[in-house]
Design a protein around this ligand. Structure first.
Ligand SMILES: Nc1nc2c(c(=O)[nH]1)N[C@H]1C(S)=C(S)[C@@H](COP(=O)(O)O)O[C@H]1N2
Ligand SMILES: [Mo]
Length: 533
């Protein structure tokens, strides 16, 4: 019985069938990691240009249906981009494993698959306007070569007859355990070496980026405004813990954009074009822009994706020049009924030309709360138009103001958002927080309300289904900015719902019916649920 054929083969076969392919896959993963690390290292010197992975991520975002991007933002919030980048890296490593397995079968399959994956990545990345093409080509080719070299080397150690890898496809044969051990040691040595190359490349890339990624905005000094904002005095703020300040500090201001890699614009070579359907197109460089009469205006900006009660909204003092003057200088032709802001990264946003001429605040902005625009908020220049959601108006990293007809659609319009985006009247409860446990007796309810260009005339609060009670509104001041509101509530024991609603300057009460942000902004009253005991 001991000599039965089954048992004999059981002794011979197992390492071959069971252990071989995982090592081939590991080889592929290591080879991919090496190639990718080298590609990244070459594409990011100085941190001024995006890496291949972030270019690929950017193109994926641009080419993914709008609803899916929105779903991602909903689920992941501002983590959407890191999650995407990590997913792309993971996908590359999985692809590497596949290349390893293919290469174990037939060398050239593995080589061809590696080259195919690299070139697929390259062709996607080439669509990113921020990425220099020559560098992308060099990086992808060198990365692919490194990957192929590592793969062939690792597979070779697996491949010697009679050694662990004999297993991959080769004939089954008895093994001398000492040979097996020696070969495995060599494999681990090579694998360790490959891994070290990858880690070193990533490390060098990080170090190079870190040392030079100082915000270019910090090197710019803005001239003082000729006319200062009227409405930003902090003394007007209510002193309620947890209530949003009247002016949102830059560090707390929400950030929404499609940029995986934040454009690092060099102000020395930056130029803004005013172009399209105008009689006298012209260009401005940064110094010319700063030499113009700068004004300051306080404007509340909101993202159309902001849910009722959400925090994709903020109020800042913007410094810049009115669009009106620039448009007059350019001489808008009658057909130029749309103003399209173009970004250095290809993003576009468009709104009716009339909105820049009807007297509202509509400006080309270089400063935010007394500072040059932070990189994430559009350095060196962006647009801000009071009363319009950001996706139709507030182009960051602006490169061009183009007058077009109405047929042109900005970035988000074909992705399912409304062509026009006037900001709807909204109010938000900041305190108490949702789910708060409160003492019986006096409780302060406070928050903000906004209806840029129309202003807020009244804010009311309701407990459960009681009567609406008028809240005190802070004396802001300017129709474009949010107001703070507060009211004292004599809280009774039990669970309660606290509701808020605002009335705008035209006397219109905010829309009660609940609707989701798409396609043109959320509606409904904000509420919070509290327990009083
Ligand atoms: N270049 C560029 N500008 C952009 C966007 C973008 O994705 N790219 N997003 C817009 C949207 S949807 C909003 S709500 C505002 C947000 O501006 P913030 O990030 O400064 O708050 O910027 C707008 N400008
Ligand atoms: Mo937005």
């Amino acid at each position: 019985m001991i000599d039965s054929p089954e048992l004999t083969s059981a002794v011979d076969v197992p390492p071959a069938a069971g252990v071989g392919w995982p090592w081939a896959a590991v080889s592929g993963v290591l080879a991919a990691a090496t190639g990718l690390a080298i590609t990244e290292l070459i594409t990011t010197p100085g941190g001024r240009t995006p890496s291949v992975v972030s270019s690929v991520a950017a193109r994926l975002i641009d080419n993914t249906p709008g609803w899916l991007v929105r779903f991602g933002i909903d689920r992941l919030g501002t983590n959407d981009k890191p999650v995407l980048v990590v997913s792309i890296v993971a996908l590359c490593l999985v692809a590497g494993a596949v290349c390893g397995l293919l290469g174990a079968r037939r060398r050239w399959w593995g080589v061809a698959a590696t080259v195919a994956v690299s070139m697929a990545g390259l062709s996607l990345a080439l669509g990113d306007q921020l990425a220099p093409r020559g560098r992308l080509w060099t990086a992808s080719i060198l990365g692919a070569l490194a990957s192929v070299a590592a793969l062939l080397m690792l597979l070779a150690t697996l491949d010697r007859p009679g050694e662990p890898a004999a297993m991959i496809a080769g004939p089954v044969r008895a093994q001398d355990p000492r040979i097996k051990l020696a070969s495995r040691r060599q494999f681990f040595a090579y694998a360790g070496g490959t891994g070290a190359v990858a880690v070193t490349a990533v490390g060098i890339g990080k170090a190079l980026r870190g040392s030079s990624s100082a915000d270019s905005a910090s090197q710019v000094v803005l001239p003082a405004p000729a006319r200062a904002a009227l409405s930003a005095s902090p003394t007007e703020s209510f002193d309620v813990a947890g209530l949003s300040p009247l002016v949102t500090p830059n560090a707390d201001f929400y950030r929404i954009d499609t940029a995986v890699f934040i454009p690092r614009v060099d102000v020395n070579s930056w130029k803004l074009k005013i172009s399209g359907m105008v009689d006298h197109p012209f260009e401005l460089n940064f110094n010319e822009l700063l030499a113009m009469d700068l004004v300051e205006e306080t404007v509340t900006m909101q993202c159309v994706s902001n849910a009722v009660g959400g925090d994709l909204v903020g109020n800042a003092v913007w410094r810049g020049v009115p669009l009106k003057g620039l448009l007059e200088r350019a001489g808008v032709q009658p057909k130029g009924v749309q103003i399209v802001g173009r970004s250095v990264d290809g993003f576009t946003a468009g709104f009716p030309t009339e909105k820049a001429l009807d007297g509202r605040v509509a400006m080309l902005v270089v400063g935010m709360n007394g500072q040059p625009l932070p990189a994430v908020h559009g350095f060196p220049a962006r647009l801000v138009v009071a009363g319009l959601y950001g996706y139709v108006s507030a182009t960051k990293w602006l490169s061009e103001i183009q007058l077009t007809d109405w047929d042109f659609d900005g970035y988000w319009v074909p992705r399912g958002w409304a062509k026009e985006g006037p900001i709807k009247t909204q109010s938000r409860i900041d305190v108490p927080r949702d789910g708060a446990k409160l003492p019986v007796g006096k409780v302060t309810v406070a928050g903000v309300a906004w209806a840029p260009t129309r202003g807020i005339s009244k804010v009311e609060v309701r407990i459960d289904d009681g009567d609406w009670v008028e809240a005190r509104i802070g004396d802001a001041t300017d129709k474009n900015t949010w107001v703070q509101w507060m009211v004292d509530w004599d809280a009774t024991a039990g669970k309660h719902y606290v509701w808020v609603r605002a009335t705008d300057g035209t006397g219109a009460v905010q829309i009660e019916k609940q609707s989701s942000p798409d396609p043109d902004g959320a509606t409904g009253y904000h509420w919070r649920r509290v327990t009083v005991a």
